[in-house]
Design a protein around this ligand. Sequence first.
Ligand SMILES: [Zn+2]
Length: 149
Amino acid sequence: MNIVEEITYSEPLDHYLKVLRQKGLRLTPQRTWILNYLIECDGYPSADDIYRQISTVFPGISLATIYNNLRMLVEKNILYQVRIGTTYHYDFQGHQHGHMICGKCHKICDFFPEHLEQLLDSAIRQTSFKLTKATVEIKGICPSCDQTM
Ligand SMILES: [Zn+2]
């Protein structure tokens, strides 16, 4: 019996699988699982976190395979990678959102930039670059850390 066929995936995943196919990526069961995990996950798991979860479904998968898949999904702008300390954390980049990162406890809050288009406009106008990817990352101190300072 093939364990992979028993896994059911959500609607948004179907859409992004199509995007991946259009970008010419092979959809291995492991890759599909990782993508779905990050779509459904509310947090920002590290490769180790993902490894622990996926090992229960695909026993014997290597950490190197996880890293290869994550790197590839980041390169294709499907995932967003944020470095916290010495570890990379991952998030699904399905919608344009910004990240506010607490410099003290490293909590990450999503926010929706209201004038992102104007920002991109001026970036393009001032540099003549062709836009390939935009992420907004702002560091600060979260309200609960602020209270204990
Ligand atoms: Zn904090």
